[in-house]
Ligand binder design. Sequence first.
Ligand code: SF4
Ligand code: SF4
Length: 177
Amino acid sequence: MTALSSLIVGFLNILRGMSVTLANFGAPKVTVQYPRQRRRVSPRYRGMFYLKWNPEKERLNCVGCTLCAQACPTDVITMHKVGKGTDAGVDEFTMDLGRCMFCELCVEACPFDAIYMGQEYEFATYQRDQCVVTIDALAQGGSANVRLNNETLERLRREAEQKRAAKGEGHDAESKD
Ligand code: SF4
Ligand code: SF4
């Protein structure tokens, strides 16, 4: 290729590049000026976790079965279970989001529809310990509902104890007869 033909090819390449610029010059801007502008995320976006509040039963749906923790590949979830059977629940539920891949396996593993991922995504931090979220932040309704949840679980525990005691007394009475 002669110097002249190289010059022509180079010039044509510049024109081709400039034509792309010109074609998009008047097009509407697509850059989002975050954080001044925020786009709505998809309805199925996997954001912050929440523990569902059950207003009828006045407790969280979570029964502390640990299936979510067992399904989690990176050991994000720990909890403290209280009570037994259908009266069981949790008074502590902690997630270390610094380890989380947001894969949603924990949500899928839950048979009680007790945990879900919301649309909140602004929880980045420079400190690892701030990635640890406790039940007060995870529960729908926050610490007020956690208190109510704990009171309900305690009430259920007492009622179950009374039922057991009443059954035991009934047995004793029957066996004496
Ligand atoms: S989203 Fe995935 S990594 Fe995060 S807690 Fe759930 S199972 Fe674990
Ligand atoms: S969130 Fe669901 S799977 Fe996890 S402990 Fe609670 S009830 Fe069980």
